[in-house]
Ligand binder design. Structure first.
Ligand SMILES: Nc1ncnc2c1ncn2[C@@H]1O[C@H](COP(=O)(O)OP(=O)(O)OP(=O)(O)O)[C@@H](O)[C@H]1O
Ligand SMILES: [Mg+2]
Length: 271
């Protein structure tokens, strides 16, 4: 699949308004010998309420793309728009949950981390922010750890705090950069399930990156496969709600379909 899919082909649910568009986005980094193209000619459209997963191997530019949508770096060519407006600086309207466990402020408690983000990002008073923060920390199972400092938490608990903080801000778009990649397999599964529940309950719109096919199916409503370095869009898969339950034939069939597409296409051969 050499030809990048057209933007129109990549639009999601036509009934929902488009929230995010990437139009022929390429991103390069300066290097000692010139430039390195990390992402090439990526176009996509994300509708409100969708959970779009970018699936691709290590180094294909997933984090680069997500950082650009977050406003942390600018595309070399092409355009990113949110609600029709060119994307600006990072904003609490696009909250990112990163893979690394060090995304919390170490000198603030669990409650302090979420409350501080709310005071800054949603301009809530300290009292209001505290109430909202406690509510979200309870929802992610950390009711009894609100006064703990990040260094006393497990990796999974730290990611729960980061997820609570992201949801608490009620962003138009949640950005997730392999938030569970560094967790053990059991915890990862549990947290995928919890995230799915939160997304469904809140109707959140999310852009999620992963290199795991099973994770992509579990959390996404649509999956875009990227080629290995430099990342280009290669194939798209809808995830019907019936395919989202592990252990079902529908889940296994979709997993196999994606695997076959990824490994049958030399462009997509992730080796
Ligand atoms: N700050 C940077 N300066 C130069 N090159 C970079 C920089 N960040 C990433 N790259 C390069 O861009 C390419 C894409 O990197 P990126 O981190 O986006 O990949 P990824 O798909 O997120 O990989 P992983 O699954 O390992 O996280 C890689 O070749 C990487 O070496
Ligand atoms: Mg990455």
């Amino acid at each position: 699949m050499n030809v990048a899919p057209r933007l129109a082909d990549l639009a999601g649910d036509a009934a929902s308004p488009t929230l995010l568009t990437l139009d022929r986005v390429s991103i390069s980094y300066p290097t000692r010998d010139g430039t390195l193209t990390a992402v090439e000619d990526v176009s996509l459209a994300l509708s409100t309420g969708e959970r779009l997963v970018l699936l691709g191997p290590s180094g294909c530019g997933k984090s680069t793309l997500l950082r650009a949508v977050g406003g942390f770096l600018k595309p070399s060519t092409g355009e990113i728009r949110i609600n029709g407006e060119p994307i600006g600086a990072p904003s609490p309207d696009r909250m990112t949950v990163f893979q690394e466990f060090d995304q919390l402020l170490p000198w603030r408690t669990v409650l302090g981390n979420v409350r501080y983000a709310l005071e800054r990002g949603r301009s809530l008073s300290r009292r209001e922010a505290e109430a909202v923060a406690r509510g979200w920390l309870k929802r992610v199972g950390l009711k009894n750890f609100v006064d703990a400092f990040p260094h006393t938490l497990s990796g999974g608990m730290k990611q729960r705090v980061a997820i609570a903080r992201a949801f608490a801000l009620e962003p138009a778009l949640l950005l997730m950069d392999e938030p569970f990649a560094a967790l053990d397999a059991l915890t990862r599964r549990q947290m995928q399930d919890e995230l799915l529940k939160l997304c469904e309950e809140t109707g959140s719109t999310a852009l999620f990156v992963t290199h795991g096919i099973d994770e992509a199916i579990r959390v996404g409503t649509r999956i875009l496969a990227l080629t290995p370095h430099p990342g280009r869009l290669a194939a798209t898969f809808d995830v019907p709600p019936g395919s989202r339950t592990r252990g079902t034939t529908a889940f296994a069939e979709l997993e196999q379909k994606i695997q076959q597409a990824v490994f049958a296409d030399p462009e997509l051969d992730h080796g």
